[in-house]
Each structure stands twice: as structure tokens, then as C-alpha cells.
Design a protein around this ligand. Structure first.
Ligand code: UD1
Length: 420
């Protein structure tokens, strides 16, 4: 199993280019099952989660070709069963349910297992499918969906912890091929959900029946024979590199990004005392000496993203004063706290709230990556730490960051990847 060694103490400076969004690309790739036509998707990031999704699509019968960031998919003939051995590696594989149900009125997909960031039910996805007219059965670890026909409906998808991102996408994908209009209330409004709604137009599907999360559907440009949809920039990768700049930077610029999707993160960084300058597709962060602790609460978009919580904990661990971070989306998502404490952080964890007493410096230690964003937080914490931090189980980080070690080294960090 690969590990990463971060030699702490280098300062970062320069530009880093942000890739396409993983969380946007995954459901867009699944949406190609909705049509027999060839789909071309651009700016698909090179990540292991994307590779799993392409493997699943291939096993369902789609022809998949990939050349650097461009993926071409033709799902002319498909089967509707995805067994455990192919879906177990990635929770987001549930987003083939919606398109299979929409197109074939039938799906049998293994129920994904648990996840370290907490119990991750899919009851809201199933509620949406039922409202469209599907019969839902869970048997032998599989979710079995069947319908004679799907009919548009008014569906409320708001759950105990707010809206569901993949659930909204899943129900949208089934609903585009249902008869009549579907209105999803309590829908997630994350940019990835809006991107999916927009790209279903690009994939030449009938979006006339669809009311997307906030009623907005964009038309795509038409390039050549096929519409090409281009995945939006990854706002979580962007935020992670801004925090790297905040923690260890003299001046770091993220490019090919979408600052409008980063507002909550930019506000938090400004409140913490960092200088930010923006263009239409870049953000530059520079320290200005005076820093302030933060009170943060994760919320659905446009609130502060849960996917940036761990990285901010790493930053606040070395900022003077006491910060409080409250997690409302995935209340158990604090696996990184124990590892940050191994590096010398002082953090009290009380239910879904972390109280962080900033210390002057962290020190390198062997630590364990537990999930994607927690792993990124450990890399960030290690950048200014004394000595070497050894991060094990880095396959978690490769699920969602394209060459994070190489990109940080390009800014001046000293990170080695040790192949197992
Ligand atoms: C997506 C993102 C993930 C992000 C999360 C919240 C992808 C591939 N993943 O995950 O990175 O952290 O949004 O922004 O896009 N819930 C239910 N019932 C359901 C579905 C969800 O109770 O049927 C709960 C969850 O347990 C959680 C909350 O709703 O407490 C939000 O989860 P959800 O938005 O569904 O997360 P994902 O779409 O799985």
C-alpha cells in the first residue's frame, strides 16, 4: 500500500491548476446510461473513483473510451444488474440506479456498505423512486427497482440532515424519462447537482420535463457531431489548495477554478485574516500576518461545505486562539481529529463539535488516512509541521485528488510517495 512522506517546513508559492470535479463527473457519467447515443464528456479527472464508475458502466454494457480528460461513452445495449463485487468500492455507484430505472424501468444494484464518515442511508433516493411509481425491494443485499411506467410527481427529498446531493441527482435522472413533470422540493442545490441538470440537456435528453433544483437548466454549446459536456472545476480541490496556501503559503494562486462556487470557503478564509484576490477563474491567497480563530458550521450549499471541514480543522489547529467547528451534515465526520492530535493538535471533540485550541507548531508523526478529505487534512497539517509526517493508506486520497503530491511539490513542498 503506497504511503506519503511529507517533509515539513517548506513554504509554498506559485500557481496550481484545478481539475474537473469528481462529484460532478460521477453522476454525469452515470447519466450516459439514459441514452443510446454516444456521449462525450470533457474535463473528467483522472481519479480512482472515476475509474470505478467507468468500470461499472462497462460491466453494464456501455462502450467506454478514454483519452486523457475526454471520455466517450455509448450505452447502446445495457444490462440492469450491478453486483456487489463491482459496486462495493464506491458509495457513489448508487447513482446508476436512477438512469437504469428511467431507461429500463428495472434495476438490481447491490446496496453499498458503510462508510467511515457515518451511516450513509439511501432512503431518500428510494422514496423518490417510489414517488415516480417504482416498486422498491431490498433483498439479499441488493436494491431491486421495477416499474411498469414512471410518472412525474411532486417529491420532497429533504431529510433529517438536509437535502441529499446524490439522491437529488438520482431522482432527477429517473425523472427525465418519466411521463409528465417532476418537481423535486427540498432538492440539493450544490453546483454539482446544477451541472448534472445542465448536462442532461447536453446529453440530448429531454429536459423539458425536468425542474432542476432551483429551476435552472442551461443549454450547452454544440461542438461538432456530438454535444460535448464539460465538467465544472472541482470546488473542493480548489478549497484544499487555498487552505494549503493559508497554512504554508507565501502566495498561492489557484487557476481554472470557479470562484462563485467557493463563496463560503472564501468568506471563512477572509474572516480568518487572509488576503484574497479574485479574477473570473482564479483566486490568490496571501497571508497578511494577523489571523483570527473561526466559528464554522457545515451546511448544505451555499453554506460551508462538509467536504472542507477536515482541511479547515488542520488549518485552525495551528492558528492562535480557540476555534469551534460544528458538523451538521455528517455528524460523525471527525476521524481526522485523533490523527491531528498525534501531530500535537489540541482538540476537544464533543458529539458533532470540535473545539480547537491553536498551538504554535505541529510535529511530524506516522498517521493513518481514514477517508478522502481526512487524508487531505493530514497532508495539509504536515506541510508546516516540524519533521516528517508519514501518511499511510493514501489510496483514500487518490480517490479524489489528482496527483496532490506532485501539485504541492510544484508549489515548493517536499513530498515523497513510497510505492508499496
Ligand atoms: C455527496 C458528496 C459528498 C458530500 C455530500 C454532502 C458525491 C459523490 N459525494 O454525498 O462528497 O460530502 O454530498 O455535501 O457527490 N441522507 C439520508 N438519506 C439519504 C441520503 C442522505 O439521510 O437517502 C443524509 C446523509 O446521511 C447525510 C446527509 O443526508 O447526513 C447528506 O448526504 P448526501 O447529500 O446524500 O451525501 P452524498 O450525496 O452521499
Amino acid at each position: 500500500m503506497d504511503k506519503i512522506l511529507v517533509h515539513g517546513g517548506r513554504s509554498l508559492e506559485g500557481d496550481v491548476r484545478i481539475g474537473g470535479s469528481k462529484n460532478s463527473a460521477l453522476p454525469i457519467l452515470a447519466a450516459t446510461l439514459l441514452t443510446k447515443e454516444k456521449c462525450v464528456i470533457d474535463r473528467v479527472p483522472d481519479l480512482s473513483d472515476i475509474h470505478y464508475m467507468l468500470t461499472i458502466l462497462g460491466r453494464l454494457g456501455a462502450e467506454v473510451e478514454r483519452a486523457s480528460g475526454v471520455v466517450q461513452i455509448r450505452a447502446e445495449k445495457i444490462i440492469t444488474e450491478a453486483p456487489y463485487e463491482i459496486v462495493r468500492k464506491m458509495r457513489a455507484s448508487v447513482c446508476v440506479l436512477g438512469p437504469l430505472l428511467g431507461r429500463e424501468k428495472s434495476a438490481k444494484v447491490s446496496l453499498p456498505g458503510g462508510c467511515v464518515i457515518g451511516d450513509r442511508p439511501i432512503d431518500l433516493h428510494l422514496k423518490g423512486f417510489e414517488a415516480l411509481g417504482a416498486k422498491v425491494t431490498v433483498k439479499g443485499g441488493d436494491i431491486i427497482l421495477s416499474a411498469d411506467k414512471l410518472t412525474g410527481a411532486r417529491i420532497n427529498l429533504r431529510g433529517r440532515h438536509g437535502p441529499t446531493v446524490l439522491g437529488t441527482g438520482n431522482v432527477m435522472m429517473a425523472a427525465v424519462l418519466a411521463e409528465g413533470t417532476t418537481v423535486i422540493e427540498g432538492a440539493a442545490e450544490e453546483p454539482e447537482v446544477i451541472d448534472l441538470a445542465r448536462d442532461q440537456m447536453g446529453l440530448k435528453l429531454s429536459a423539458s420535463q425536468l425542474h432542476a433544483a432551483d429551476g435552472r437548466v442551461w443549454l450547452r454549446e454544440h461542438r461538432g457531431e456530438f454535444d460535448v459536456v464539460s465538467v465544472i472545476p472541482d470546488r473542493i480541490e480548489a478549497g484544499t489548495f487555498l487552505v494549503a496556501g493559508a497554512i504554508a503559503g507565501k502566495r498561492v494562486t489557484i487557476t481554472r477554478t470557479e470562484p462563485r462556487h467557493l463563496e463560503a470557503v472564501l468568506t471563512a478564509l477572509r474572516t480568518a485574516g487572509f488576503d484574497l484576490s479574485l479574477t473570473s477563474d482564479s483566486v490568490t491567497i496571501s497571508p497578511n500576518g494577523s489571523r483570527r480563530p473561526l466559528h464554522l458550521e457545515t451546511l448544505p450549499y451555499p453554506g460551508f461545505p462538509t467536504d472542507m471541514q477536515a482541511q479547515f480543522c488542520a488549518m485552525l489547529a495551528t492558528m492562535e486562539g480557540t476555534s469551534v467547528v460544528t458538523e451538521t451534515v455528517f455528524p460523525q465526520r471527525f476521524m481526522h481529529v485523533a490523527e491531528l492530535k498525534r501531530m500535537g493538535a489540541t482538540i476537544d471533540l464533543d458529539d458533532h463539535r470540535a473545539t480547537i485550541h491553536g498551538v504554535e507548531r505541529l510535529s511530524g508523526a506516522p498517521v493513518m488516512a481514514s477517508d478522502l478529505r481526512a487524508s487531505a487534512a493530514l497532508v495539509l497539517a504536515a506541510l508546516p509541521a516540524d519533521g516528517v509526517t508519514e501518511i499511510n493508506r493514501v489510496y483514500h486520497i487518490d480517490r479524489g485528488y489528482e496527483a496532490i503530491d506532485e501539485k504541492l511539490n510544484g508549489l515548493g513542498a517536499h513530498i515523497e510517495r513510497v510505492k508499496a
